[in-house]
Structures are given as C-alpha cells and as structure tokens.
Write a protein that binds this ligand. Structure first.
Ligand SMILES: *Cc1c(COP(=O)(O)O)cnc(C)c1O
Length: 257
C-alpha cells in the first residue's frame, strides 16, 4: 500500500475528499447511507502545524493512540474552537487523569480498573467521556482488548460508572493484506454487537462499531462500521514503525507503509 503525501492544505483537502469518496462508494456497495459512517482522522506522529492545516481543511476531531502525544497536541491547539480529541490506544490507569481532562472519547476501554480510574478523574473534572469497549477479534495475544466471550459480563459492570457514556465497540483487525483473514474480524465484532444488544444494561448503547483503518476501511464499512479510523490515507505514510504503537505489530507485518 502506498499513501499520498498530506503536508499542505491542498493535499489534505484532496486526501480527505478521496477518503470520503471511498466511504461513499463502499456504502453504496452494501446499500448503506454514508451519513452512518463517521471518519475519524488519526493524527499520531503528525506535527501540530499540519493538524492546523487539517482543521482548515475541515477536520473537527482527531484520533491519537498515545495519551501524552494527544495531550501535548490538545494543549498546543487549544485555540482551535470545537476540535475534539479521541484517544484510540491502550490506557494505563495512571494516565486516566489526562484523558479525563482533554478527551471527548476513549475507544480502547478493556478493564474495570481503567473504568474506575476514569470515573474518579471525570468526577473531579466534572466531565463525561464517550467510550467504546475494545475487543480482540483476531485472537492475537499481542493485541489489547477483551476476548469476545468476556464482553457481556464486562458491559454489565459499566452502568456503575456514571461518567462513562458507553456507545459501542472497537477493534483492530488482524495485520494482513488478505481480506479473507481481515473480514472475519469485522464480522465477529458486528455479530458480537448484535448478541450484546439482546440483553443491554440500562444506559449502555451499542450503536457504534469502530473498525477499519487506511488499509481496510472499505471492508469494515461493508461489514457495518460506523466509525473508521484513518491516518495514513489522509496524513501520508508514517515514519515510525507501527510496533511503537502496537506491541508486536511488526511480527506478522505485511500491511504497513
Ligand atoms: C494508527 C491507528 C489507526 C490508523 O491507522 P492508519 O494505517 O494510519 O490508517 C487506527 N486505529 C488505531 C488504534 C491506530 O493506532
């Protein structure tokens, strides 16, 4: 996969329009309304100056994998009105206080300890946070997220955490160019969501399915994604190895760059 450069306003506008167009085309294939699919631009490793251009190009939310990087950028760009931040990577409890302060959404909830830490810090900040529960649909031990069969018990604990607005599920598919290996991960997340919906605790929503990235978002849309997290197809190829963000990503690597 080769990605276009995204370092000028016109490149960013062009890349955003191209991704939006691919979303529309993928929706058309399966008779979905493109309005159901939210594009979350993922800006990890991209410097603030380019994020200002992305804002000019129309981005009103950005996804970041690492809390410290996200917080640094949120502070540097605090002058941009209504820019929302979504944390999409694994969180340690000692970083919950930062997320509680600046993030609008956290997509990688996978433990009650983190839910507790977020609840406590959100009370202090008097804020709420939209959250997605991360599911490991590829059964790779290196991936974060709950096993699908742990999800039902987990979400039944979540109504206790009044500051968390639970909206659905998130997953990372297996790292592979082979659609016959990637697609089943997306199918698994959708089917799990459908099962969970049959016995949903009060106040818990399962409408959101965050799945699909630059290399596989069309497949994910075909299988029901309502959020796609797209970095490189907007901002250009990343220099940093993916293993910096995903432990062991390089091991089975045939997808990056
Ligand atoms: C980096 C990242 C993405 C986006 O990946 P691209 O290949 O840049 O589209 C999506 N989800 C998560 C959790 C990520 O860390």
């Amino acid at each position: 996969m080769t990605y276009p450069s995204g370092r000028t306003l016109s490149e960013l506008e062009h890349n955003l329009a191209a991704v939006q167009h691919r979303i529309v085309v993928a929706c058309r294939r399966v008779n979905r309304d493109p309005i159901e699919v939210r594009l979350l631009p993922v800006s990890k490793t991209v410097d603030e100056e380019y994020l200002r251009l992305a804002y000019q190009a129309g981005c009103r939310e950005l996804g970041e994998n690492k809390v410290q990087e996200a917080q640094r950028k949120a502070e540097a760009l605090a002058d941009l009105p209504d820019l929302r931040w979504s944390v999409i990577g694994h969180l340690q409890t000692n970083k919950a206080k930062h997320v509680a302060r600046f993030a609008s959404e956290f997509q990688a909830l996978d433990s009650l300890r983190v839910a507790e830490a977020l609840q406590r810090r959100l009370e202090i900040e008097d804020r709420t946070l939209e959250v997605l529960v991360q599911i490991n649909t590829s059964n790779e031990p290196s991936k974060f997220g709950l096993a699908p069969d742990e999800a039902a018990a987990f979400i039944h604990e979540l109504p206790t955490f009044s500051r968390l607005r639970v909206k659905g599920l998130m997953t990372l598919a297996i790292f592979s160019d082979d659609p016959t290996r990637v697609r089943p991960c997306f199918v698994r997340l959708r089917q799990l969501r459908d099962r969970l919906r049959e016995q949903l605790p009060a106040g818990i929503d399962m409408d959101t399915l965050s799945m699909g990235m630059s290399g596989d978002f069309e497949l994910a849309i075909e299988e029901g994604a309502t959020v796609v997290r797209v970095g490189q197809a907007i901002f250009g190829p990343r220099a940093l190895s993916d293993s910096y963000y995903w432990p062991d990503a390089d091991a089975g690597q045939d997808k990056s760059g």
